[in-house]
Design a protein around this ligand. Structure first.
Ligand code: HEC
Length: 253
């Protein structure tokens, strides 16, 4: 079957100026680019490029019927990589050293329509220290793996659970989840305070164990995901004083 979906989506985009209010979120931990009303997410996995297509509502689109190429501005020069459909994505081999490089992805739909997207190069990020990550692995296995999975994969069905689900499933903590969208301090706060049904770990784990377990799950993230994770605001205290009004002045007498 040929893809007619592109033209329909272009018409919708023209009628949806609110799109700009919602910066696109890369659910798989990759880089995002807009392409003629569609979104492409570029994921580099160490040996391959993966390109996921989304519609204007950020819903995944099937990759069947598309073909194309990525032009990578890698350290060694320009390289051209063919991209072919493989399940729900397009994939191609990643040239050595190109993981953080800038790329232009050009895809052609079955009906001949061409989409181009430009991905910026990512700054290199520092990987967590292997020693700290190794310490964090033991903490993870003892305290977290029962919910977040032995391999950080999260609970079955996490991605498809209804938003208002009463029993929340644990998300993956590898790069396929969305933990990387939070800075380290926000991650530490979630671990300290819990997020029902996740219990709070303040008082259970030392602050050093919390930092170690974060280092452990971050050590599974590819460099491109590490580079995309926000950095905590530099000089801000993690604990804010409680809002005023709790004591001192009572209005009820
Ligand atoms: C009882 C099950 C359970 C245990 C044990 C548990 N978690 Fe969770 N965790 C969850 C659930 C469920 C959520 C999602 C909560 C939500 O969406 O409100 C979550 C969310 C998180 C998040 C936020 C992820 C994101 O994408 O924003 C982090 C980080 C996290 N957990 C880390 C840990 C760590 C580290 C441990 C061990 C020290 C741990 N959790 C133990 C169930 C658990």
């Amino acid at each position: 079957m040929r893809k007619k979906v592109i033209y329909a989506t272009l018409a919708l985009i023209a009628a949806a100026p609110a799109l700009a209010d919602h910066p696109p979120v890369a659910h798989q931990g990759g880089r995002l680019a807009e392409a003629h009303g569609h979104r492409m997410e570029l994921i580099t996995t160490g040996s391959s490029f993966e390109v996921l297509l989304k519609d204007e509502h950020d819903r995944p689109m099937p990759a069947q019927g598309f073909g194309g190429k990525a032009i990578v501005l890698a350290p060694g020069g320009k390289a051209e990589v063919p991209l072919r459909p493989d399940g729900d994505k397009l994939t191609g081999p990643l040239p050595a050293g190109a993981e953080l490089a800038a790329a232009v992805v050009s895809l052609r739909a079955g009906d001949g329509h061409v989409m181009n997207a430009r991905f910026r190069a990512l700054p290199p990020a520092t990987a967590p220290s292997p020693a700290l990550a190794a310490k964090g692995r033991a903490v993870y296995e003892a305290q977290c793996a029962s919910c977040h999975g032995a391999r950080l994969e999260g609970q079955d069905g996490w991605r498809t659970q209804p938003a208002a689900s009463a029993a929340k499933l644990a998300p993956p903590l590898d790069a396929t989840g969305h933990g990387w969208q939070h800075d380290d301090e926000q991650l530490a706060n979630t671990i300290r305070k819990g997020a029902a049904p996740m219990p709070p770990f303040a008082g259970v784990l030392s602050e050093q164990d919390i930092q170690a377990v974060i280092a452990y799950f971050k050590s599974s993230w590819p460099a491109a995901t590490l580079a995309q994770q926000p950095k905590p605001p530099a000089a801000e205290s993690p604990v804010r004083p409680a809002a005023s009004g709790g004591s001192g002045h009572h209005a009820g007498h």
